[in-house]
Design a protein around this ligand. Structure first.
Ligand SMILES: NC(=O)c1ccc[n+]([C@@H]2O[C@H](COP(=O)([O-])OP(=O)(O)OC[C@H]3O[C@@H](n4cnc5c(N)ncnc54)[C@H](OP(=O)(O)O)[C@@H]3O)[C@@H](O)[C@H]2O)c1
Length: 413
């Protein structure tokens, strides 16, 4: 089907959307290899962004601008009908994203986003998985730091395990090592939006259930709740603590397994933790970080405290880490897997995934852009999948091939 654009970037005027636009402009140009356009609710802001992009690359003067407002379903349908892929950074997604997903499914348009909002993704699966399958389109959530390193790192290690040992690994642990980054107002707004609805039993259940994003009837398995405290880990020989994004990333990895007919095995176990090397000082730091995270989450659930934090210490929508922080940021993740080879002998494998910018913005914007391009331009390399998908189930090796361009590296050992 011929469409006007390969990719329309909706939310281009936001903090992260602007970074995606800059990346596309500087890496792929305008009107050359990729036909892309910028979209949002405010045409004046979009014109100002186009002027800024043109200062870096004169071709950006030819960038098309499309108006789309989350409260105007017709504008979203018109936008979705013009592109192969809608790439959206308009969040909180639970507030502004549902009508766009419906429009993309109705128009048979592929879609990718940056949400990490588990209850909303569960809603989208329930409302649209079957419809998207019928239309043959791919709705792909979580194409940023949550959950590409987790999902694609696991896909990578399992692929290598199958090549080397003829079978996938039975367990994989994700250990976040040295990393540096910050948060934006949009991310804070998304976290606080979930916290403000925490009393809703359906939302609580979606947040607590380790298999919340598996297909209905398949929401059980060997994994339990995410780690809350500090523990010594024998497999990785490190101190481990809770990782705030485990509550979305682990659900995405488990959904990838379910959607690929349990390519990692029905009994596959997966966990995510932060890690520090052995030593009393590192144990103490891990304890402090775990307590700090748990206090923050507990306070964010209390309405008046949440509002006070929002008004005083947390960034507003449109704000986020500055260029210096993004460029000097980075992340390092170690994956440790255990399983058995063809003869039933125990095997242990490790992989490393790292990124060359701060995880949440510098790296995330590049991961999202490459996901959109993968959906739009690599169609003949994509797995035969349609529905509400995950990065690994929707794009598999084709995305793995693109991520080095986004500054990510995947290696064994
Ligand atoms: N998964 C990850 O790793 C990751 C990383 C970064 C961000 N995120 C998520 O990405 C989202 C965006 O974050 P951000 O910091 O970029 O947020 P932001 O700066 O607040 O940007 C939000 C964007 O949404 C637009 N918008 C708001 N209401 C709209 C409406 N009614 N119709 C159309 N557009 C509307 C805004 O338009 P205006 O410019 O006109 O106000 C802006 O372009 C958040 O949900 C955040 O959690 C996820």
């Amino acid at each position: 089907m011929s469409r006007d654009f390969d990719v329309i970037l909706w939310g281009a005027t936001g903090f992260t959307g602007r970074l995606v636009a800059e990346y596309l402009n500087e890496t792929y140009g305008v009107g050359k290899d990729v036909r892309w356009a910028i979209a949002g609710r405010n045409v004046n802001k979009l014109e100002a962004l186009r002027t800024e992009l043109t200062a870096r690359n004169p071709d950006a003067a030819g960038l098309d601008i499309i108006r789309g407002d989350s409260h105007d379903a017709q504008s979203l349908h018109q936008m979705a009908a013009r592109a192969s892929v809608i790439c959206t950074t308009v969040g909180p997604y639970a507030k502004y994203g549902s009508k766009l997903v419906a429009a993309c499914v109705a128009e048979g348009t592929d879609y990718c986003d940056l949400t990490g909002e588990t209850p909303w993704i569960q809603d989208m699966i329930e409302q649209h998985h079957e419809g998207a399958k019928e239309k043959g389109c791919r709705i792909v959530h979580c194409c940023g730091f949550d959950s590409i390193p987790s999902d694609m790192g696991t896909h990578f290690l399992q692929r290598e395990a199958k090549r080397e040992h003829g079978a996938p690994l039975d367990t994989i642990g994700f250990y976040l090592g040295k990393s540096k980054g910050g948060v934006s107002g949009g991310t804070v707004a998304s976290m606080l939006n979930i916290a403000s609805n925490i009393k809703d039993p359906k939302i609580r259940k979606a947040l607590m259930d380790p298999y919340a994003l598996n297909p209905k009837g398949e929401r059980s398995g060997p994994d339990g709740r995410d780690q809350m405290g500090v523990q010594w880990d024998e497999d990785a020989q490190v101190w481990t603590g809770p990782f705030v994004m485990a509550s979305i990333n682990t659900r995405i990895v488990r959904r990838s397994n379910a959607l690929t007919d349990y390519a990692y095995g029905r009994d596959f176990r997966y966990k995510e933790v932060t890690s520090r090397p052995k030593g009393a000082r590192n144990y103490a730091i891990s304890q402090q970080l775990a307590v700090g995270q748990n206090i923050f989450l507990a306070l964010a659930a209390v309405g008046p405290v949440r509002k006070l934090m929002q008004a005083t210490i947390l960034p507003d929508p449109g704000e986020g880490p500055d260029e210096h922080a993004r460029v000097h940021g980075y992340f390092n993740i170690r994956f440790v897997g255990q399983g058995k080879d063809r003869s039933g002998n125990p095997v242990k494998m490790e992989a490393r995934v790292s990124g060359d910018r701060d995880p949440g913005y510098g790296s995330t914007s590049k991961m999202l852009a490459e996901s959109a391009l993968c959906l739009a331009l690599d169609k003949d390399k994509l797995p035969e999948q349609a529905g509400v998908l995950t990065p690994a189930s929707a794009m598999g090796d084709a995305l793995l091939d693109r991520l080095p361009t986004a500054g990510l590296s995947f290696s064994l050992g």
